[in-house]
Design a binder for this molecule. Structure first.
Ligand SMILES: [Fe+2]
Ligand SMILES: [Zn+2]
Length: 375
């Protein structure tokens, strides 16, 4: 998009784009975004503090350059700033920058999957897989070597594995006298892992090593799609679940982890940022008494929505499959299995969400550069 007209307007800069739309940037926003060598270190980091800027910067002159970018001369300071049209378009102060996401249900036909050897070798394949993972809140990697510990290698490749009281990685396998229902043969309703941690793990990886017991299919439910359904059906219940915090707890002989967090989190624009849902570690609510019954009604409704069969994506992990999930969006569970007739062994680990986002941006830069060089 090109700027066709730019002029000072009261308190800032007004521009008209080639598609006829207009934008306005307050002077303080522009002055703070100055990218000149006096304002920014070559690393891109700011060299000034907010208190160093004039309280009410004044624009003296705006000049459109031949390349379509804008030059702003400031009044009362010896200072000239240049703003790239693309930067101004990206930050038009109207539509918040948003990552496109796709809500899904049981009928999701094209699973976001990738072939690990290709993803590990080729930046373009890795980028395609990461973009699909971000859109859906989960992704499958096939043909990951069936080797204990591999899950942490993949985790460290995509981001940084977060060590917890379960260690760098953990085994999901049925054992006698477990401290966690995950380590039984029981079915597990869909949940986010470890909402009792602060922060809750952003990403969970689960790598299938053995799967020859009858049952033990994987379930995935899009927690964001469920939350949107609740918002549509009962906006006041949705709002209650974003506002009233729930307690989550895990305790064994070595740990006592507790948090207080709402079941649904939204950002400033009301867009979903997280769902925390875990029946096993839910530890009740401690809130003013008049909120208790309405909250439980909302909780029950939300749980019922998440149980709708049309939301449940069911598939079977085979040895070498590795599932990567945004833990606060893609809720996971499993059907019961018969541990007397076969074995089921998964290994898992946690990675922070920002690591995979960073990886995707870096790959975008690399791929764009390679494409430019090839032309
Ligand atoms: Fe889990
Ligand atoms: Zn500057």
């Amino acid at each position: 998009m090109r700027i066709v007209l730019a002029e000072p307007e009261k308190g800032g800069l007004a521009a008209t784009w080639s598609d006829g739309t207009t934008s306005f940037w307050p002077a303080i926003w522009l002055r703070d975004q100055c990218a000149c060598p006096q304002c920014r270190h070559p690393s891109g980091q700011r060299l000034f503090e907010i208190v160093d800027l004039p309280e009410q910067p004044q624009i003296e002159r705006i000049a459109m350059q031949t390349d379509g970018n804008l030059r702003v001369t400031w009044k009362g300071e010896e200072h000239v700033s240049t703003y790239l049209a693309a930067f101004l378009y990206e930050h038009n102060l109207k539509t918040p920058p948003a990552a496109p996401i796709r809500l899904w249900g049981a009928d999701l036909a094209d699973l976001p999957e990738g072939d690990w050897p290709a993803v590990a070798r080729d930046p373009e394949s890795e980028l395609r897989w990461l973009e699909s993972y971000h859109k859906h809140g989960f992704g499958l990697l096939r043909n990951v070597p069936v080797r204990p510990g591999m899950v942490a290698e993949v985790g460290d490749r995509l981001g940084f594995v977060r060590t917890t009281n379960y260690g760098k990685l953990f085994d999901v396998i049925s054992v006698p006298d477990p401290n966690n229902l995950a380590n039984t043969a029981l079915g597990l309703g869909v949940h986010s892992d470890n909402p009792y941690r602060d922060p809750t793990p952003g990403v969970q990886l689960l790598h299938c090593l053995v799967s020859d017991a009858p049952g033990g299919d994987s379930l995935l439910v899009d927690g964001f799609a469920g939350a949107e359904q609740l918002r549509q059906w009962a906006p006041e219940q949705f709002e209650l679940l974003t506002r009233v915090p729930a307690n989550f707890r895990f305790a064994d002989k070595d740990a006592d982890l507790q948090t207080r967090t709402p079941l649904i989190s939204v950002d400033f624009e009301g867009r979903l940022t997280a769902v925390h849902f875990n029946n096993r570690s839910f530890a009740g609510i401690d809130v003013p008494v008049e909120l208790v019954e309405p909250w439980y009604e909302a909780y029950r409704n939300f749980a019922q929505i998440l149980k709708q069969p049309e939301r449940e994506l069911i598939f079977r992990l085979a040895p070498g499959d590795l599932l990567v999930m945004q833990n606060e969006r893609a809720l996971h569970g499993r059907t019961a299995f018969d541990a007397n007739l076969g074995r089921r062994h998964l290994q898992g680990c946690y990675v922070d969400k920002d690591g995979l986002e960073s990886r995707m941006r870096v790959l975008r830069r690399q791929v764009a550069k390679a494409q430019a060089a090839a032309q």
